[in-house]
Design a protein around this ligand. Sequence first.
Ligand code: PAF
Length: 280
Amino acid sequence: MQVVETVSDVRRIRRELAGSWGLVPTMGYLHAGHLSLVERARAENDRVGVSIFVNPTQFGPNEDLESYPRDLERDLSLLRELGVDLVWTPFVEEMYPPGFQTYVTVEEVTRPLEGAARPGHFRGVTTVVAKLFNVFQPDRAYFGQKDAQQAIVIQRMVKDLNFPLEIVVCPTVREPDGLAMSSRNVYLTPEQRAAAPVLYRSLCAARNAWVAGEHDGERLRRIMRSILDAEPLAQTEYVSAADPQTLEELGDASQGVLLSMAVRIGKARLIDNILLTPDQ
Ligand code: PAF
């Protein structure tokens, strides 16, 4: 496994190692969710590249850029075990050299949900992901369903800007009690950690209602909110029952729905979602 810091090294290795390439973009502090993306990339490509970069442009001024968890040595040993070919760990100045002033902006689908709660977040994500695609030139890139809106935004960008690659969205990996894996789970105290499965519980309650025939979007949102409200450690930022393509809030959810939420528990801001489609 080669570990490099510069764009020119990534480009050189990419040229030297023939075959199809899968890319897993990450911000490090890897957990089983990331590793499932790497395994899928390993299975579907001749070569696998992983980027580890805590991207400053996707963090707001009052967010956790400085405290975002990092453990490069552990990340590298996990990736080595999985047979990754190339890891890129750029410095901020390599990604954003002095004079940098070009950003990628996806419009409508970045406005609601995470986009409304975190202004500028998706501009940072799409800009860095576009750069990663240009540098690695992968045949496939792997993202988690956990960040559902991010996956939709990136798919839109790839389509609109004709990036020649396939986006593969992989299922959310959960702890045994249902909590979605996230690097930010490390912020939870034991008491908060015990409360955190309330997100998945509320999503499951709305899913069960939908499967049983409750297709009213407002009632689905109310089911999720009432379960979250019953947990004193949880502060709900939003709950959503939205169109899975446009992310507009639905009145009639019978044709499929993305149930999602953002909830603060202590220092951690947790997000989670379930996608329901009519064939389920
Ligand atoms: O999902 C993430 O970890 C990040 O948003 C990504 C895609 C690596 C871009 O920085």
